[in-house]
Design a protein. Structure first.
Length: 481
RNA sequence: GGCGCCGUCGCCAAGUGGUAAGGUCCGGGACUGCAAAUCCUGUAUACGUCGGUUCGAAUCCGACCGGCGCCUCCA
């Protein structure tokens, strides 16, 4: 039996922070709404994926084994619109499907590159919608048999009024029927709230054959069908951006629970938006930065990762380059401290005796760090505990140098924390013969009080991305930035 | 119009009833050939405004102001 620490997380379903309950002890089945691959992801999308990464890492570090499934939406209106450009009106369906696949493959590749650059842990499964048409068709059939769906002109719709708990997640009041008044619906549904499960194909659109004629799945059904196939009939955790609460997640619940006849997802969790210049980012507004845009400006993806991870996932966050600089400086502080702990210990340094020594302070910080993360992923508070420890131990080490053992314990904790933040190295820096030689030459120049030559060498070394630090004993340390 | 979120030091941000964590930036000092790193240090009488509840409120209640989101595709 695994031992694990409870993790509390805000549940959109209950609007409360509550401990994650798993269907199977110690094992979290987690489903995340992934990208719609009709363009490169913008940094707002990436914030959501970073939130899911944070959640997974905290769960893993707390002793849970996480089975994670993230879908790739590779069929949808915009994908069809943008992928069919250049095809002759007479093109046949297999050409159209192939063209669409080429189009989505391109953006899917970029998506995975972004995940890698941001050190987002891969999911166990990345099912694609177009690979699961039969599963979706089967699920729609089930809903029709249960009288929760109906056919209209080659399309199939979910009958919302017959799913009694509809609106439980988004708290939408179905009693408000004013919206029906001006209903002049293009799809001829029974009710405006009804949503499409299967969309009849229009001319010159790629399609799949179905019992209801040629068409393609509606947007919501893929998550219900693939989640069920991959993770089963009881999902512990389902996550996505806050905008997916309605209608997407509400509709997923309707479809899945309509079929299963029992609750499907225990814990729903949603990440807040990222704003840029206090405005919502969206692909349709065209005001978005991609990760590549940042990299082209010389920004390290890790700095972006850290900036996002140091803010609470349920709070609106305004992206700024100033914030990025602050994040970079914060990371440097931790890296500097880590390097200090790696330095060799002088002869005869013993460990602290009595209370309030470095290990006591370390343990205090460690407890606060994990408690904050396990309390609804409170990263700002977790990092505050870490920074406080860094300041505290820097000052203490100035007065009473740490022993080798003490430093080793501190490094272990930094490695532990890095399992979440992935922002500082966990291995010793490598050495380099050429740099070593230049540093020796500079030390000699310093001894000769040849400051000009000493500064020359330092500039040369710095241009290689290396920083020098002179020490009291006339030696010099160097490391890569 | 309906539902909901947010407003804490220049910037970021924790704290949600007991008397304002932390980071960053900027200034002063120590150390230093100069840097870098590190340390020390620099009045948040104060949490959008106004009222209320309370022995006590940034934290609860009400009103108002400001910003934002969802209700249609959206991370």
């Amino acid at each position: 039996m695994n031992s694990y620490q409870p993790v509390a997380l805000y549940n959109t379903l209950t609007r409360k922070v509550e401990a994650i309950k798993t269907y199977e002890p110690g094992k979290v089945r987690m489903y995340s709404c992934g990208p719609t691959v009709y363009n490169v992801a913008h940094i707002g999308n990436l914030r959501t994926f970073l939130f899911q990464d944070l959640l997974k890492r905290v769960l893993s570090a707390s002793g849970f084994s996480v089975l994670h499934c993230m879908n790739i939406t590779d069929v949808e209106d915009k994908i069809i619109r943008d992928s069919q450009v250049g095809l002759a009106p007479t093109a046949n369906n297999s050409d159209r499907l192939m063209k669409m696949r080429e189009f989505t493959d391109h953006f899917t590749r970029i998506f995975f590159q972004d995940l890698e650059a941001l050190r987002i842990l891969p999911a166990n499964f990345y099912p694609k919608a177009t690979d699961h048409i039969p599963e979706m068709v089967a699920m729609i059939n089930e809903l029709i048999q249960k009288n929760l769906a109906y056919l209209r002109e080659g399309s199939v719709y979910f009958r919302v009024k017959d799913f009694k708990s509809y609106g439980q997640l988004s708290r939408i009041d179905l009693g408000d029927s004013t919206s029906e008044i001006d209903d002049r619906d293009e799809y001829d549904r029974e009710h405006v709230r009804d949503f499409v499960l299967w969309k009849a194909a229009k001319p010159a659109e790629p399609y799949w054959d179905s019992p209801w004629g040629p068409g393609r799945p509606g947007w919501h059904i893929e998550c219900s069908a693939m989640g069920r196939k991959v993770l089963g009939e009881h999902i512990d955790l389902h996550s996505g951006g806050i905008d997916l609460i309605f209608p997407h997640h509400e509709n997923e619940i309707a479809q899945s629970e309509g079929c299963l006849g029992h609750p499907w997802v225990t814990h729903w969790t949603h990440g807040e938006f990222l704003l840029v210049q206090n405005e919502k980012m969206s692909k349709s507004l065209g005001n978005f930065y991609s990760l590549k845009d940042l990299v082209d400006q010389g920004i390290d993806p890790i700095h972006f990762r850290f900036m996002i991870q140091s803010n609470h996932y349920r709070k609106l966050f305004n992206f700024s380059f100033e914030g990025l600089r602050a994040s970079k400086a914060s990371i440097e502080r931790i890296r500097n401290f880590r390097r200090r702990m790696e330095e060799p210990t002088s002869e005869g340094i013993a460990s602290w005796e009595g209370p309030l020594g470095p290990l006591d302070r370390l343990n205090h910080a460690r407890n606060e760090f994990w408690a904050a993360l396990r309390d609804d992923l409170n990263t700002p508070e977790a990092l505050a505990a870490l920074y406080t420890m860094v300041s505290d131990l820097n000052a203490l080490d100035d007065r009473v140098p740490f022993s080798f053992l003490e430093k080793q314990h501190i490094i272990l904790f930094l490695n532990e924390a890095n399992q979440i933040f992935e922002a500082w190295p966990t291995v010793l820096a490598e050495s380099d013969q050429e740099i070593e030689a230049l540093v020796k030459e500079r030390i000699q120049a310093k001894k000769n009080k040849d400051w000009k030559r000493a500064d020359e060498i330092r500039n040369q070394i710095q241009s290689l991305g290396i920083t020098l630090e002179d020490t009291r004993d006339g030696q010099s340390k160097w490391f890569r930035r």
